[in-house]
Design a protein around this ligand. Structure first.
Ligand SMILES: Cc1cc2nc3c(=O)[nH]c(=O)nc-3n(C[C@H](O)[C@H](O)[C@H](O)COP(=O)(O)OP(=O)(O)OC[C@H]3O[C@@H](n4cnc5c(N)ncnc54)[C@H](O)[C@@H]3O)c2cc1C
Length: 418
């Protein structure tokens, strides 16, 4: 990595006084995306297949261990650095960025984010010992972690305990249940499952949420279901079932009860899906500028830039992109444990702005470039479909963000109407 190199491109997050580490990681991601991922993106989309070749490149470049602390052999990227680099990956392949986020979050939540979550001394020592095991797998074996939380119930929205359960047995846990929308299904070596501790009293409680890594080779673990969606097709997000799956104590990604506290302490951990879509928005904008200038490789050099309506549309796209970048960057830079109410509301606003804005920009891009631009050999129609998926992702769907913002603005904690 060339820590001192200056950037010869504008990153998807926009210009900023980046640190040397941020600059070198952004340059690395930009180069990989431009030279490798961009040309392959149509294939994963067409086949709804997992981008294994991109993962080989991510592994070779060290980017699977981007958030593993340096002391454990990783690149030691902090939250803000990861978010900036993720947007750059999303600019070239949405499905790669989104799945990479699931993997990276497993190391970020257990690494830099866990440092800010309150734990007893015993829990902290236990966590330090166990997280090493997971870091080592990523660093030494290039292992991939998935993040299957969704169940098709209110649990992934944070409104109910997870229906997947884990019962304590000698030396570990017995996991039972089902997950839907598990990105990286069939590609991951470990599935970081959220489940509720079954204490035998039939009163499931979200405070008893456990975060366990289930090895893909575990007896009783199975992948099922079709995967033929509108967009983000390369994520291969199929269903998982767990039938009396035994996992050892060491597979706990966080000590008992700590995930629940983490979700309350670090709301920005749920913002990590957004950079993918900021990247997609940049890609739609970049394409539009090139297309209107008649500079798309392989296309006739027809210029369409002289029409005032197109100039206005590009201006609108740029204005929206700048709004997204600004709010994104501010939210990312101020992310911390226990944010103030203003910071929290701004975080929700950033999530909404990026997720809905990505689709707005892609929609305007197609309208502005016109009919020939939506052909399958060009990336725009894929970007349009991929961009629609951001607002659907729990726990912060566009609807739930509006719901939270309205309620949390009008009610202080504990306030009720008679
Ligand atoms: C491309 C893609 C990849 C994904 N990858 C993963 C993954 O790796 N891991 C994972 O865990 N999940 C993943 N998801 C799943 C995603 O996070 C959601 O869980 C999923 O889209 C929810 O779909 P649903 O139809 O079951 O939502 P439902 O629960 O049926 O909700 C439908 C909509 O209603 C609203 N809603 C839900 N609950 C409430 C409520 N209590 N109050 C008000 N409104 C509510 C929300 O806006 C929601 O979008 C992925 C989704 C997509 C599209």
């Amino acid at each position: 990595m060339h820590a001192s190199a200056s950037l010869d491109f504008t990153p998807a997050v926009g210009d900023h006084a980046f640190t040397a580490k941020q600059r070198s990681l952004l340059a690395l991601a930009h180069g990989l995306g431009r030279d490798r991922f961009a040309a392959r993106a149509a294939q994963w989309d067409e086949e709804a297949s997992f981008p294994f070749a991109n993962y080989d490149d991510l592994r070779a470049a060290g980017l699977l261990k981007i958030c593993v602390p340096e002391a454990h052999g990783g690149l030691g990227a902090d939250y803000a650095t990861y978010m900036m680099v993720a947007a750059e990956v999303g600019r070239f392949c949405g499905a790669t960025a989104l799945t990479w986020n699931m993997h990276v979050s497993s190391t970020m939540w257990t690494g830099v984010l866990a440092d800010g979550i309150p734990m007893t001394e015993t829990q902290r020592a236990e966590h330090a010992r166990r997280s090493q095991l997971h870091f080592r797998r990523v660093v030494e074996q290039g292992a991939i972690y998935a993040q299957p939380f969704s169940e098709g119930s209110a649990a992934a929205a944070g409104r109910a305990p997870f229906g997947t359960t884990a019962r304590k047995v000698e030396g570990g846990w017995l996991v039972n249940g089902r997950k839907i929308f598990a990105s990286l299904s069939g590609a991951a070596n470990y599935y970081g499952v959220l489940c509720t501790e079954d204490k035998g009293d039939e009163k499931p409680d979200a405070r008893d949420t456990l975060y366990l890594a289930v090895p893909a080779t575990s007896p009783g673990f199975a992948i099922s279901g079709e995967w033929n969606p509108l967009g983000m097709r390369g994520t291969v997000s199929r269903n998982l079932t767990f039938q009396d799956v035994f996992v050892s104590d060491d597979e706990q990604l966080m000590p008992r009860g700590v995930y629940f506290k983490g979700a309350q302490t670090w709301p920005a951990m749920f913002f990590t899906l957004a950079p993918t879509y900021l990247g997609v928005a940049n890609a739609a904008y970049d394409f539009t500028v090139r297309y209107l200038r008649g500079e798309v490789p392989g296309e006739p050099p027809v210029k369409r830039r002289m029409y005032p309506t197109k100039q206005v549309a590009v201006a609108q796209m740029r204005i929206q992109l700048e709004q997204m970048r600004s709010l994104f960057l501010r939210a990312v830079l101020e992310a911390r444990p226990n944010p103030s109410k203003d910071e929290r509301l701004r975080l929700y606003a950033a999530q909404y702005t990026v997720m809905e804005g990505a689709n707005d920009i892609a929609r305007l891009a197609i309208r502005t470039c016109g009919g020939q631009s939506m052909m399958k050999h060009l990336p725009l129609e894929r970007l349009y479909r991929d961009s629609r998926c951001g607002s659907l992702m729990l726990p912060w769907t566009a609807e739930l963000v509006l719901d939270r913002m309205g309620r949390e603005t009008l009610y202080e904690a504990g306030e009720r109407d008679e």
